[in-house]
Write a protein of this length. Structure first.
Length: 739
């Protein structure tokens, strides 16, 4: 029986291998095929005794990753070979040197980069996931293909995560939404980005995901018919104009529908542009732009466009290399429809990103958007002193940022992330110009350094050789490039002052008969409640630590033993107080239990999402404030679960009859006589509900209200919301996280 299974498995493996060669985006030469075959044989041999959690042979995973790399990302033989062997060094006796000997230095370098990433992820001594991300990104210095193969690896892991325990699924999915999806976006891999986002949502918010999926299925026939109506109308005109094209419907991703529902606080049915179609046309490079605008003209002959939602990424491509024309038009039945217009070349770049970019670049001298971005990325990575979480936050912001296009005084166009300031612009020109910036002019007018730029602005930088950055500048900029350069200059100044401070401190302590050594430095750091010795020396250098304070330290040091006993006595009293305080807290807040063992622990409810009993929640262990409880759909949940997975604990409500909680409702409707009276009556008639505050306003026939109610749990709250919705004239009732 087992023999037959293995034979069947071997046939399946051989079939997958043939499929891999067949779907390759690049044309493979006989030598390429030999290289891939050799890598396949090495991987099969290395993983022959391994199985995945699902029970299937492990080799199916590297082949699946190689298939994504070959077809969806579009890498060549070297990338495919490295993908097939990405786990070989980590899981078996084979070394990087062996791979270099069997293949070539390039394949070995990629496998080594991928092995570095895997080891980072499993290093339990690194306390923060953010530090792991930084190390992972450092591999970009070796070869961008390392990250591309890692994205394929992550995508396949996300596709096959069913057999994992729930807490691991949430951690991996949060990590994916937090860093991998933005990376795929930045590398121009929109297809992979959408898959990662949808799968991320599937595991972080399963109820929401399943709800949207079922609603999409329900409306699929209607959507297909709607798209066909529009296609039929456009086809006739496009054929008459002799355009060579293909039209395909493009379903909105589940994640983007969820994002719209959240951002606009609307239900699935209220999301406007769920409909989208793409027109992909054939063209030679010379006529590409002309044909795109010809199609625009045909589309707008039939359907009225929304002028504010036209996106021309053909005249000014995104820095990811993305080119397309996006037109949002009012379709039949009063529904907005997004129409994307792309040439076949643009379509390939949008799907394959990096690989297609280089296929079409072919010796072009102009640096591509991707090259520019990779250079900026390397600069961002150079600054290793930044706190890892800050680094990842900065980096992530620059990954997903929408772009604006601004001009230099000479009329050159520059791309910056949305939200960038005039000081960011100075640093984008050159770091030396940024550091020496004294003032900025936008459109000829002198403006503050933190002025937010808009597309089309023309910026002039005024420099001065004596100008130096100050700590305030960090608040004036948003790009990681500018932040890192400012931090570097500030750190250099700090180090210089700290060196002088150390010499000064040595002399001052000598007068007090104390010899400076590591123990004394540590004692001083603790005495002044500082974090590092650098802080101590810097403060001595700038004169904020005075002689009297050093004398106090010397006096305390000579009386160490007595102080030791004193602190012991004081600490004892504090602990007793804390125990009494804990007792009171435990008695009052006994409805949440934590962890697998359902322990009753002290906690605080976080103010960023105001959870109430019955909400899906988790516990987050903070450094200073104990356990904080967040809703699972809290705006900060993804970041916390990704960066600090080791601090997340499961939490569950067990008994909520003893405690009351605050919930804020936002109510909108049509203003009418007696509506306020009716509203307060409905709330008061609901048992176990008290109104804490109510704020109502009416303008031009529209009623807006915010009511804060005190309830025991979310079942009572849901009942209340349903009752309010029944009032004549009330349009919408939503619960908001905070005022």
């Amino acid at each position: 029986m087992v023999e037959i299974d293995i034979e069947k498995e071997n046939k399946a493996i051989a079939k997958e291998y043939k499929e891999l060669l067949r779907i390759s985006y690049q044309t493979l030469s006989p030598d390429d095929k030999k290289l891939i075959r050799k890598a396949f044989d090495v991987a099969v041999d290395a993983h022959q005794d391994q199985r995945r959690k699902s029970g299937e042979a492990y080799i199916f995973h590297p082949i699946a990753v190689a298939k994504i790399v070959a077809s969806e990302i579009g890498l060549g033989a070297t990338g495919i070979a490295a993908a097939l062997m990405h786990d070989v060094v980590e899981d078996t006796e084979i070394t990087v040197a062996d791979i270099e000997r069997m293949f070539n230095p390039k394949v070995a370098q990629l496998v080594e980069g991928l092995t570095k990433i895997s080891q980072v992820q499993k290093d339990l001594n690194v306390s923060m996931q953010a530090e792991n991300f930084r190390k992972m990104l450092l591999t970009l210095n070796d070869d961008v293909r390392v990250i591309l193969i890692k994205l394929a690896d992550r995508l396949h892991n996300m596709q096959t995560m069913e057999s994992m325990p729930e807490h691991k699924q949430v951690k991996i999915a949060s990590e994916t939404l937090y860093i991998y999806a933005p990376l795929a976006h930045r590398l121009g891999l929109y297809n992979i980005k959408s898959q990662l986002e949808d799968l991320g949502l599937k595991y972080t918010e399963p109820a929401v995901y399943n709800d949207i999926v079922s609603k999409i299925k329900e409306t699929k026939e209607e959507q297909d018919a709607y798209i066909k109506d529009i296609s039929d109308v456009l086809q006739k005109s496009l054929d008459e104009e002799g355009v060579d094209y293909a039209i395909k419907g493009r379903p909105k991703s589940i994640y983007s529908i969820r994002r719209k529902m959240k951002a606009q606080n609307v239900s699935f049915d209220e999301v406007y542009d769920k409909f989208a179609l793409r027109i992909v046309y054939k063209s030679n490079p010379h006529d590409e732009k002309f044909i795109a605008w010809k199609i625009y003209s045909i589309v707008t002959d039939h359907y009225r466009p929304s002028p504010s939602r036209l996106r021309d990424w053909i005249s000014s491509p995104k820095s990811t290399g993305y080119e397309a024309l996006h037109i949002t038009v009012m379709g039949p039945k009063g529904r907005w429809v997004e129409i994307q217009v792309r040439s076949e070349r643009m379509d390939e770049i949008a799907e394959k990103g990096y690989a297609a970019h280089y296929k079409y670049k072919q010796g072009a001298t102009e640096e591509s958007g991707l090259d520019v971005w990779l250079n900026l990325l390397k600069e961002a990575l150079e600054n290793s002193e930044t706190n890892a979480v800050d680094f990842v936050e900065d980096f992530k912001m620059n990954l997903y940022a929408k772009e604006i296009f601004v001009f230099t005084p000479k009329g050159e166009i520059k791309s910056l992330p949305k939200g960038a300031t005039s000081l960011d612009f100075a640093f984008s020109i050159h770091s030396e110009i940024g550091i020496k910036t004294r003032g900025t002019r936008v459109n000829g007018k002198l403006v503050p350094l933190n002025t937010e730029l808009k597309s089309g602005d023309q910026i002039e930088i005024i420099t001065s050789p004596n100008q130096k950055p100050t700590a305030n500048w960090l608040d004036f900029v948003t790009t990681s490039r500018a932040k890192n350069k400012i931090r570097n200059v500030l750190n250099e100044n700090t180090k210089k002052i700290a060196e002088e401070g150390k010499e000064l401190l040595t002399r001052k302590l000598k007068h007090l008969k104390i010899t400076i050594n590591e123990q004394v430095i540590n004692e001083l750091v603790n005495f002044f409640r500082l974090k590092t010795s650098l802080d101590l020396f810097y403060r001595v250098g700038i004169g904020t630590i005075e002689n009297q304070q050093l004398k106090d330290y010397a006096a305390q040091k000579s009386n160490t033993l007595m102080n030791f006993f004193k602190s012991k006595i004081t600490r004892k009293a504090q602990t007793a107080d804390e125990d009494i305080h804990k007792q009171v807290i435990s008695n009052n807040y006994d409805m949440l239990v934590f962890g697998v063992d359902q322990d009753k622990l002290d906690y605080k409810l976080s103010t960023c999402c105001n959870p109430i009993p019955g909400d899906e929640v988790f516990g987050f262990v903070t450094i200073n404030e104990g356990i904080k409880v967040h809703k699972k759909d809290c705006p900060n949940a993804i970041s916390l679960q990704s960066n600090y997975a080791y601090r997340i604990i499961m939490a569950r409500w067990i008994d909520s009859s003893q405690q009351e909680f605050k919930a804020i409702l936002h109510i909108t409707g049509m203003d009418s006589m007696g509506l306020t009276n009716e509203l307060t009556k409905v709330i008061s008639n609901n048992m176990h509900v008290n109104i804490q505050s109510i704020s109502l306003s009416g303008e031009a026939g529209i009623f807006n209200g915010q009511v804060t109610v005190i309830v025991q749990n979310n079942i009572i709250l849901k009942k209340l919301i349903d009752n309010i919705k029944k009032i004549d004239g009330i349009e919408k009732v939503t619960r908001v996280n905070k005022t």
